[in-house]
Design a protein around this ligand. Structure first.
Ligand code: PLP
Length: 415
């Protein structure tokens, strides 16, 4: 069969599952908030009786945490958590190279230094042995990212961080519902941070949340997200340098409508991803990223495969993506390793008020010297499919398989 890119027929003629999704529940919730004239959740956020408080309670229960504090974004969740844990100037926080920039910029926004380390190639999460090598006298915390929905190696990570007295903050922006050895993402460390931005697996367009079992952290996080106000004190008293990072009642109404669907959607994506991996393993050139052993559910914010050039007649990854898209399969490359991002260039770093020479660290901090070969290789080779492609039925997944098969069989046409 001729490739669609070369004028042949497309494999996929219909659109995939549309995201974001909504039905009458979102409409009803939004109208209810509108007509109630209670659009804001209170000066501390999450006042009793608010939609925000109801969502916090239900999301904490679903993930398996004692407290949840809703905030305006995933990045805000990380910043509030870091500051609530007392992390600031002079502290180092270890983060993976393969993630969204906010994992590191949240650290910089509380004046601490992100120490970027490599990932492991099998599940694309932080490499625990790279953490061991990066620990210094100044290290305070580690932020593992559950990349794409795969849970980082939390067993080894907790071992390392316990031994070295470090705090673990999980960046679970990709992992709503993911479950590993009976526990869900965001409940392994001191805190778990999630995003509800539009592409995420439960969304209000924007939004975020912090999970924790720690009473003190929960209390401080509520204060920091609300301009440093304090419970049982007047609203004009400000006790800490905080932000206004509150979620609105409209956003909470949408999230409350979405939450009851989440578990079924996580199960559907887990099942479809397993079937897709089983079929792709038979096709030369497309190597699926695997789930860590012990995975029960993978929320699959992303489904990733590694492009094996030598199996595809030497055809470049971007050309393969072009060919798949022409077949009607939306897909994309991956994140630039964050250490290669311009934000870390000396002049940008200094503009942000950060010093390249840290008087606390007593050494020059130069991100360009950091080597992350696995993250670099992943960036060159990865092909990613968004979560909503996995929300359909077997026929949808078969179309992805057929398109990969067709590209693999006709790779020579793409040279
Ligand atoms: C791994 C990771 N962390 C943090 C964030 C930040 O979330 P937000 O965009 O809601 O600030 C994202 C967003 O895509 C992300 O992918």
């Amino acid at each position: 069969m001729k490739l669609a890119l070369k004028g042949g027929g497309k494999i996929r003629k219909k659109p995939f599952f549309k995201w974001p999704m909504f039905d009458q529940c979102e409409k009803k919730g939004l109208l209810e908030v509108l007509e109630s004239r209670r659009w804001f959740s209170g000066y501390l956020g999450g006042d009793p009786g608010s939609k925000v408080a109801e969502f916090e309670r239900k999301f904490a229960q679903y993930q398996g945490a004692k407290y949840a504090m809703a905030v305006s974004s995933g990045a805000a969740a990380l910043e509030v958590t870091l500051r609530s844990l007392g992390i600031g100037a002079g502290d180092e926080v270890i983060v993976p190279a393969y993630t969204f920039i906010a994992t590191a910029t949240a650290v910089m926004n509380v004046n601490a230094v992100p120490i970027i380390v490599d990932i492991e190639p099998n599940h694309l999460c932080i490499d625990p042995e790279a953490i061991v090598k990066a620990i210094t006298f100044h290290t305070k915390a580690v932020i593992p990212v559950h990349y794409g929905g795969q849970i980082a190696d939390m067993e080894r990570l907790i071992e390392i961080t316990t031994e070295n007295n470090l705090i673990v903050i999980e960046d679970a922006a990709h992992a709503h519902g993911s479950m590993w050895k009976g526990k869900r993402a965001g409940t392994f460390g001191k805190a778990g941070c999630f995003s509800f931005q539009e592409s995420k697996t439960i969304t209000a367009g924007e939004g975020g949340i912090i999970l924790t079992d720690d009473d003190g952290l929960a209390k401080r996080a509520r204060s920091y997200r609300s301009n440093g106000r304090e419970e049982d004190r007047p609203g004009y008293e400000h006790h800490r340098l905080g932000w206004n990072y509150r979620l609105t009642e409209f956003q909470a109404a949408i999230l409350l409508a979405q939450l009851p669907r989440l578990e079924d959607q996580v199960k559907t994506r887990t099942k479809n991803a397993n079937y897709l991996s089983q079929e792709l393993r038979k096709i030369p050139g497309f190597k699926p990223i695997t789930d860590p052993p012990g995975t029960e559910l993978n929320g699959h914010y992303l489904y990733s495969v590694i492009h094996e050039k030598q199996e595809l007649e030497g055809v470049e990854r971007d050309r393969v993506i072009e060919a798949l898209r022409a077949e009607g399969i939306p897909c994309q490359g991956g994140n630039l390793p964050i250490n290669r991002s311009p934000v870390f260039k000396k002049e940008n770093w200094e503009k942000a008020g950060m010093s390249f020479y840290s008087r606390f660290l007593e050494r020059e901090f130069d991100v360009s010297k950091i080597k992350t070969p696995i993250a670099d290789e992943t960036f060159e080779k990865i092909i990613q499919f968004s979560q909503h492609l996995l929300l359909g039925d077997k026929e949808d997944i078969d179309d992805i398989v057929k398109a990969c098969q067709k590209v693999s069989e006709n790779a020579s046409e793409l040279r």
